[in-house]
Write a protein that binds this ligand. Structure first.
Ligand SMILES: [Fe+2]
Ligand SMILES: [Fe+2]
Length: 276
């Protein structure tokens, strides 16, 4: 299926956040809370290889994109994801020094995605990317809208890293989806892939967080309270789950979740140097 409506103009700016990854960081760098810190650390560990896979799967269709606006957005998407991967790699090295198993998780994700790359059709890889981009956009929006959640980061550097990443995920949230619609647009495959992605993403994250916490003796005593505290975690709220599931709706488009004003606000804040 080919998209008949032209792609609306979107600003996808490649920024270099210049984050200092040498600044000292406490082990539990989110709200001094073990679970929140391990979840953020494991999310960061899956980003670099995940984003590399996203770039490859979209780039594989670059020649098939006729719409000049979409071509321009693909370029912005690739530029943004490349820098996200680089920044999170540096952050993951810092987390590894604190004892987080970021490097082991990175290697496992790399192997898993290489397997997916070798054994599945290109259209499926693009559908996986579109589904995961909906995940990242949904989590990014939750973070950008939640002042209290951003205030939980222990240092300005970590807050800036996650906020900058969330801003750019929101900017390019529809690119992989629009490419998928342009070159395939198969609704059944899109929904079935999202079903598999829910399962794989949750399994990988649960496994990674469990291993990470198990290796952190300083977390054990505080674990029951920390687990109970997840009820107020910004990513585990009902509206986040509702937005994730909306992806299955026929006719869904990422722009249905209006983030125009949110983006305007955050671009202005970033320009003013208060992105954190
Ligand atoms: Fe990203
Ligand atoms: Fe992304």
């Amino acid at each position: 299926m080919t998209t008949t409506t032209p792609i609306p103009s979107r600003d996808i700016t490649v920024r270099r956040p210049g984050i200092d990854h040498e600044q000292p960081l406490p082990k539990h760098f989110v709200a001094d809370d073990p679970m929140r810190s391990h979840i953020a650390a494991m999310l960061s560990s899956v980003f670099p290889e995940g984003e590399d896979f996203f770039v490859r799967s979209v780039r594989a269709y670059r020649d098939r994109i006729d719409d000049p606006e979409l071509s321009k957005q693909v370029k912005g998407f690739i530029g943004q994801e490349a820098i996200h991967g680089r920044e999170h790699r540096d952050f993951n090295d810092q987390l590894a020094e604190l004892g987080y198993p970021t490097l082991g998780v990175d290697r496992l994700v790399k192997r898993f995605l290489a397997f997916l790359h070798k054994t599945t059709p290109k259209s499926h890889q693009l559908a996986v990317t579109a589904a995961l981009e909906h995940y990242t956009a949904t989590l990014a929006e939750a973070l950008l809208r939640d002042d209290a959640a951003r205030a939980e980061f222990a240092t300005d550097e970590v807050r800036a890293l996650f906020t900058w990443h969330a801003l750019e995920e929101t900017e390019h949230k529809s690119v992989a989806f629009d490419v998928y619609e342009e070159v395939s647009g198969n609704h059944v495959e899109r929904v079935a892939t999202m079903f598999a992605v829910h399962f794989a993403f949750l399994a990988i994250m649960t496994g990674a967080v469990t291993v990470s916490v198990a290796q952190d003796r300083s977390a054990w005593r505080r674990l029951p309270k920390s687990l109970l505290g997840l009820r107020t975690h910004p990513f585990f709220q009902r509206d986040v789950i509702t937005r994730l599931l909306d992806y299955n709706r026929k006719g869904f488009h990422p722009d249905d979740h209006d983030t125009v004003e949110l983006l305007e606000e955050w671009r202005a804040r970033y320009e003013a140097g208060i992105a954190a």
